[in-house]
Every structure is written in structure tokens, then in C-alpha cells.
Ligand binder design. Structure first.
Ligand code: FE2
Ligand code: FE2
Length: 197
């Protein structure tokens, strides 16, 4: 009951901050993360919380977001300023802790790394990253049907393929790729090769 109360309060607060589409997307990520948690034996409540909050820092303009980071002591690296799409995740981690009362480090990391990924990701981090990509409202990526199937079959391979896709996409757009994503890509590549040499 206490858990339910907590998630209802978080949703209420989040709905006031995010635009309606972003809010629905967040619920989609929460439900998808919960389903993946069932499949892989992860804590369902934690997956739901992390999914709900993953984009809590995603509102307002890019400049306003950078300003909010500075004001609240969230340090941004040169790489983050070069690929600003990742900043909302770092700011989101701060908000999840300071404004939504989350203390669990695994949940906070799942919020912080949902855009870039990183080497050595926890199972919860992978679940939220993947849920963000495949939740029901997503419709742009061509490989969605295959990724949706792969997500429930092999988390590590799914991470690897999603990171590969992101790398190709960013290259095509000539945007910078965050160092955490490059390390994540190498990490999952190694994992997969060790599994199936
Ligand atoms: Fe995001
Ligand atoms: Fe998202």
C-alpha cells in the first residue's frame, strides 16, 4: 500500500511537469520495464519507479536545462555539452533524488544512464534503457518489431544492437556520440563474443 501511495504521488507530480505526450511515454516505459522485470526476475516495483521517472528532467528548452543544471550544482562534462540530448538524464537523476525522494542508487543510475548506457550496466539499468526504446507509443525505428522480441529473449544482445543502431544514427546525423555509449558498445560486444565465441 505504501509503495502504491508513493508511485501515485510521483505520477501526480510528474504529470504537472511534463508535456502530455512525454507523460504518457513515461507510463509506457514504466509498464514495459515492469514486464521486463517479470521476465528477468528483477524487482518489479523498482523497474516501475525507474521507468516512470526516467524522463523527469526532460522539459523546457536546452538552454533552460543547462541553466537548471548549473543552478543545482549538476556538473556537465564537455562531452555532455556537445551531445545535449543526454543532459536531461543527468539532470533527471538529480531531480529523482532531490525532488522525488528516491534514495535507491540502482534506480538513480537507471535514470542517469537511460540515454547513453555505460559499461557494466546493472540489470535494472538495461531494462530501463531498453523499455525506453520499445515502449508501446514508440513507432519511428524500423527495427522495433525485432527489438521488441529480442528484448524479452536476450537483454545483453538487445543492448548491443540498440547501441549499434544509435551509433549509426548519430554518425549519419554527424552528431557526437557520448564516451559512455562508446564504452557501453565495446562492453556489450565483448560480452556477446565471450558468450558465443
Ligand atoms: Fe530520455
Ligand atoms: Fe524516454
Amino acid at each position: 500500500m505504501e509503495e502504491l501511495q508513493k508511485i501515485l504521488e510521483i505520477r501526480k507530480k510528474l504529470k504537472r511537469k511534463l508535456d502530455p505526450f512525454r507523460y504518457e511515454h513515461s507510463l509506457g516505459v514504466a509498464f514495459t520495464a515492469a514486464a521486463l522485470a517479470m521476465r528477468y526476475g528483477e524487482n518489479i516495483g523498482k523497474a516501475e519507479l525507474a521507468g516512470t521517472l526516467h524522463d523527469c528532467g526532460k522539459y523546457g528548452t536546452e538552454e533552460a536545462l543547462i541553466k537548471r543544471c548549473r543552478k543545482n550544482g549538476v556538473t556537465l562534462t564537455e562531452a555532455e555539452l556537445k551531445s545535449p540530448a543526454v543532459i536531461h538524464a543527468k539532470y533527471g537523476r538529480y531531480l529523482a533524488e532531490a525532488k522525488y525522494g528516491i534514495r535507491d542508487q540502482d534506480i538513480l543510475n537507471a535514470v542517469a544512464y537511460h540515454t547513453t548506457g555505460r559499461a557494466g550496466m546493472s540489470r535494472l539499468e538495461k531494462i530501463v534503457f531498453i523499455a525506453d526504446y520499445i515502449e508501446p507509443l514508440r513507432d519511428k525505428a524500423e527495427d522495433l518489431p525485432r527489438m521488441r522480441e529480442l528484448a524479452f529473449r536476450d537483454l545483453d544482445r538487445c543492448m548491443y544492437e540498440m547501441l549499434l543502431g544509435t551509433e549509426a544514427y548519430l554518425k549519419k546525423k554527424r552528431s557526437g556520440i557520448h564516451p559512455d555509449s562508446i564504452e557501453a558498445l565495446h562492453y556489450f560486444e565483448r560480452l556477446i563474443k565471450e558468450e558465443r565465441p
